[in-house]
Design a protein around this ligand. Structure first.
Ligand code: UTP
Length: 480
């Protein structure tokens, strides 16, 4: 049997009548191209598992509507949870451990920048976005420069390696943006761009793959959980080992306040011997709709807001007087390279596929045109990065509570919306750097005067002593 025949049989076996009908409408050349694309897809992922999981996810959604889950949800045990808020001594102790590891070249950073940024609505990758700071720097530039200032703090000959995950949609514009801007002062060699994979979209029943052009299916990025497959398929774990990297800090492109390779976080993980750690911020209120880091049946996990009863959401931790389930998930992780080395393969093969109803343009062979829809006409599949949390033994899992004002302000929505937009990101960044100046003794004339401190000058408020006594009476930018 030829390769093409094998592919046709597979799709027949998977009941893909759409595809089989479409194949009949193609000439020989296009048919070969389409089959080659299908074959490639099948070599990349198990389509059988994908169809099975999406069916199960759909069924599960229906079951959850009727029967609440019986699993036991609780906060993390104290051995897995620590706060550094208002604890300078602890911050300093962890910092020393983390910076020492950075000096030795043991720490690298992964940036997840493969998302489509649909809510923001910009045609460029989110990292290129200008949130309107006095400097008009993009998110990528702020992050690159923060890495430079951390390197200055570490004062080591070994640069901190930056791995940037893009998707087929963001790859080219991201790389061109970095090249056009001379890598923002970083060395080109310390950056590795790599692509995450894509997954085919399905009809609303989760049964038929959707066709996007005469020779391709509709595909979209495989979600933030696609990171693990991307690490494996791009041989990056071998790369970590070859470079002597032992600790990974992973974060999302849209958080303007991210402390790349944060020595305090790295030190927290090293000191406590965690294999995987995550940062959290305090929930603003019991009913803020964010996922929380908690345990389910004693295993670490992220629990969606909708799964938590009102009573549990409102319950108070007697010791602290704070919410019991207050650890809001900000998708900011630590991984030991040893953990990735031994587990990524298994995670890739076993992570489930989650579904999201979307409006998906599809190809119509009868009219040879693309049809667009006003309401969701299909489902996109995604893997979630935190689905592996329950696989980590609880004693190897840590959560570090950090100050939201210092570390988390995500850019999700377009300008003028209620929250998590360019205005809130701008304000969060400027408030933070203005506070650094105040701490350094600068005089800020008015409460609404904000000063941008270049992230190239200061990583976390250092290097500002020369502004002691300096008066700021209007919005300004400090570059050096
Ligand atoms: P979000 O889930 O908020 O998605 O991503 P998004 O693409 O930024 O925005 P919407 O939902 O389309 O409006 C959180 C982080 O995960 C990354 C994003 O780039 C962002 O840093 N991400 C998300 C990926 O890298 N790949 C994906 O497939 C999805």
């Amino acid at each position: 049997m030829t390769k093409e025949q094998i592919t046709i049989e597979l799709f027949q076996e998977l009941n893909q009548t759409n595809i089989i009908d479409h194949l009949r409408s193609l000439n020989d050349e296009k048919k070969s191209q389409f089959l080659a694309n299908l074959n490639q897809l099948n070599e990349r992922i198990s389509l059988k598992k994908l169809l099975k999981d999406s069916k199960e996810s759909l069924n599960q959604l229906n079951i959850n509507k009727i029967t609440p889950s019986t699993s036991v949800i609780d906060s993390l045990p104290s051995t897995s949870y620590q706060s550094i808020i208002d604890n300078k001594q602890l911050q300093d102790a962890y910092y020393e451990i983390g910076i020492d590891s950075i000096k030795k070249g043991e720490v690298a950073v992964i940036l997840m920048a493969g998302g489509q940024g649909t809510r923001l609505g910009s045609s460029n990758p989110k990292g290129c976005f200008d949130i309107g700071l006095p400097s008009h720097k993009s998110l990528f530039q702020i992050q690159a420069e923060r890495l430079i200032s951390l390197q200055n703090l570490a004062n080591s000959d070994i640069p901190i390696h930056w791995y940037i995950m893009t998707s087929p949609l963001t790859s080219e514009p991201t790389q061109s943006f970095f090249e056009k801007n001379n890598f923002f002062g970083l060395s080109k060699d310390q950056i590795t761009f790599f692509n995450q994979g894509t997954l085919p979209a399905l009809d609303p029943k989760g049964e038929q793959f959707l066709i996007g052009s005469p020779t391709t299916l509709v595909e979209s990025p495989d979600g933030n959980g696609g990171l693990y497959r991307a690490l494996r398929d791009n041989h990056l774990i071998e790369d970590f080992v070859n470079r002597g990297i032992k600790h990974i800090h992973m974060y999302c492109v849209d958080n303007i306040l991210t402390k790349l390779a944060d020595p305090v976080f790295i030190g927290f993980a090293i000191k406590n011997n965690y294999q995987l750690a995550t940062k959290s911020v305090r929930k603003r209120s019991p009913h803020e709709s964010v996922g929380v880091i908690a345990t389910r049946d004693s295993k670490p996990c992220v629990i969606e807001y909708s799964e938590i009863s009102n009573q549990l959401a409102e319950s108070i931790d007697k010791e602290t007087g704070l919410l019991k389930l207050r650890a809001a998930n900000i998708v900011n992780h630590y991984y030991s390279v040893d953990l990735l080395k031994s587990h990524v393969d298994n995670w890739c093969n076993n992570l489930t596929y989650h579904i999201a109803n979307k409006k998906i343009p599809i190809y119509d062979s009868k009219t040879d045109s693309i049809i667009k829809f006003e309401t969701p006409n299909g489902i996109k599949l995604e893997q979630f990065i935190f689905d592996i949390f329950p696989l980590i033994p609880i004693e190897k899992f840590g959560c570090l509570e950090v100050d939201r004002n210092e570390e988390f302000s995500p850019l999700k929505n377009a300008s003028g919306t209620q929250n998590d937009n360019p205005e809130t990101s701008r304000l969060a960044y400027l408030r933070l750097t203005t506070n650094w100046l105040k701490d350094a003794g600068a005089i800020i004339k008015d409460d609404d005067i904000l000063v941008e401190v270049s992230s190239k000058l200061s990583y976390h408020g250092e290097n500002l002593s020369k502004y002691n006594g300096h008066i700021f009476d209007k919005e300004s930018l400090i570059e050096n």
